[in-house]
Design a protein around this ligand. Structure first.
Ligand code: HEM
Length: 387
C-alpha cells in the first residue's frame, strides 16, 4: 500500500551515500528499443547526503513554489506531508510515475529533474526543532516588497531541462500537498536551453550581463566550508528582483559596463581581458580614477572578509507586461550559504547602502528557507527535524 511504502524505515545507508558524494552523480537509461540514450532520460539521484538541485548544473527551467501550511496542521500531519512529497519526488526524478499519477507518460522524461525542498520559519517551528531555527530576513532600504512574493512555509523548487516535465511534477506535488497546504506564490525562471551553449558556460541575465562568474566551485573544500552545514543542510535566500530593462536601454555600453565593473562581451573585469581574470580594484586610469568604480556592483558585493561569501544560482524571469509596460523582467536571485546572517545579510546591506546597479533593480519579493539534508532510500526530506 502507499502507506506501507511511505512509512518505511529511514536513515540507514546515509553515511555510505555521504562518503560516495552520490548526490552529484547522474545516470542515463535508454528506454527499451531506443538506439541511443536521449537527454530526456538523464536522471539526477534523489537520495544522498545533500538534496539535489543545488550543486546540480542548473537546468534550463526552474519553478519555485511557496506553500503556506494550513492553520490546523499538526506535527504528525506535517510528517505525513513530507513523506508523501519525498516519495513523489523520488519517483518522478527517476522517470517513474508518482503513485496515483493520472498522466504517467509525462513522468517518463525526467531530463535531469530535481525537486528540492525548503522549510520556512513556521514549518521548522512546527516540527519542534529549535536547533535549526531560521529567521526571516530584515527589510532593506532598497526593498519594495510585495506581499504576494514574500515568505512561505514550504518551498518546492522543481527544475528540469524539459518544461513539460516541470509542469507535470508541479501538478503531482501540488495535488498531494493540497490537503495540507495552499499556494502562496509561484515563480518560474529560465536559462539558456540545454545544448545551446557548452555546458558550464556562465549564464546571462536579461541585462545581457554574464552573471555568476565569481562563485565558489561545487565539489570543493571552499564550497563545503561556505555552503554545507555538518548535517548536510544549508540555507537559501530567494529574492525576486525586478530589472528595469526599459531604462537600462537608455544607458550606453560603457555606462553599463562601468556600473558592474565587467564587460558585456565576455564578462571580463574592466581591468582584464578574460572572464575569470582577477579584478584589479586598485588600477587607475589617466585621470587617476579607479577603473573599477568604488560604487560598482562587483566592488560593493565583495567583502575583505572571505568567509562572507555565498553561492549564487539564480534564474531569469520574463512575465507579461501590463498597461504601457514593454517588459516585466528580472532575476530570481537565489543564494545558498551556511548562515544567512553571517554571509548573506552583510553583503546585501552593503549593496543596499550603495550599488550602481540599484538604479535599475528593485527587490520585490524575499524569502528565506532552511534546506534540510538529503535522505537515504526509505527516508524522507526533513526527517532529521523530527528526531
Ligand atoms: C556579481 C548582476 C544582485 C551578489 C555580479 C555580476 C553581475 C551581477 C553581472 C558580475 C559577474 C559575476 O561575478 O557574477 C546582478 C544583478 C542583480 C544582482 C543584475 C540584480 C538583479 C545581487 C545580489 C547579491 C549579489 C542581491 C547579493 C546580495 C553578487 C556577488 C558577485 C556579483 C557576490 C561577485 C562579486 C565579486 O566579484 O566578488 N552580479 N547581481 N548580486 N553579485 Fe550580483
Amino acid at each position: 500500500s502507499r502507506r506501507g511504502v511511505l512509512f518505511g524505515g529511514a536513515a540507514a545507508g546515509l553515511g555510505a551515500i555521504a562518503a560516495l558524494g552520490i548526490d552529484s552523480l547522474t545516470s542515463t537509461a535508454a528506454p527499451a528499443g531506443a538506439s541511443e540514450p536521449l537527454h530526456g532520460h538523464t536522471m539526477i539521484p534523489f537520495y544522498g547526503a545533500h538534496q539535489a538541485g543545488i550543486t546540480t548544473e542548473p537546468q534550463t527551467h526552474a519553478t519555485y513554489i511557496a506553500l503556506n501550511l494550513r492553520d490546523a496542521l499538526d506535527c504528525e500531519s506535517l510528517g505525513r506531508l513530507l513523506r508523501l512529497l519525498s516519495d513523489d519526488a523520488a519517483r518522478l526524478t527517476q522517470g517513474q510515475a508518482a503513485l496515483a499519477d493520472t498522466e504517467p507518460e509525462l513522468g517518463a522524461v525526467p531530463a535531469r529533474l530535481t525537486v528540492t525542498f525548503g522549510f520556512g520559519p513556521k514549518l521548522v517551528e512546527l516540527a519542534g526543532s529549535s536547533a535549526t531555527a531560521i529567521q526571516p530576513l530584515q527589510k532593506f532600504t532598497i526593498d519594495q516588497l510585495e506581499e504576494s512574493w514574500n515568505d512561505g512555509d514550504l518551498l518546492l523548487h522543481i527544475a528540469s531541462d524539459d518544461p513539460l516535465t516541470v509542469a507535470h511534477a508541479q501538478r503531482m506535488l501540488l495535488k498531494d500537498a493540497r490537503r495540507y497546504a495552499s499556494v502562496k506564490w509561484v515563480q518560474t525562471g529560465f536559462r539558456r536551453a540545454r545544448g545551446s551553449e557548452t555546458s558550464g558556460t556562465t549564464m546571462r541575465n536579461l541585462f545581457g550581463q554574464i552573471d555568476g562568474t565569481v562563485n565558489p566551485s561545487t565539489e570543493t573544500e571552499d564550497f563545503n566550508t561556505l555552503v554545507w552545514n555538518a548535517d548536510g543542510s544549508t540555507t537559501m535566500v530567494i529574492r525576486r528582483i525586478r530589472m528595469d530593462v526599459d531604462t537600462w536601454d537608455e544607458v550606453d555600453r560603457s555606462g553599463r559596463e562601468f556600473s558592474v565593473g565587467r564587460t558585456l562581451a565576455n564578462g571580463a573585469p574592466t581591468t582584464g581581458t578574460k572572464e575569470h581574470d582577477e579584478p584589479d580594484f586598485e588600477a587607475t586610469d589617466a585621470l587617476g580614477l579607479t577603473v573599477i568604480a568604488a560604487h560598482s556592483h562587483i566592488r560593493r558585493a565583495r567583502s575583505e572578509n572571505t568567509t562572507e561569501r555565498i553561492f549564487r544560482r539564480g534564474y531569469n524571469y520574463d512575465d507579461l507586461p501590463s498597461g504601457s509596460e514593454v517588459s516585466n523582467s528580472g532575476l530570481i536571485f537565489v543564494s545558498y550559504q551556511k548562515s544567512v546572517t553571517k554571509q548573506y545579510a552583510p553583503m546585501q546591506q552593503r549593496l543596499a547602502d550603495l550599488d550602481a546597479l540599484n538604479q535599475w533593480t528593485t527587490p520585490i519579493g524575499s524569502a528565506v528557507f532552511l534546506i534540510p539534508p538529503g535522505c537515504a532510500e526509505g527516508g524522507f526530506i526533513g526527517e532529521t527535524l523530527f528526531m
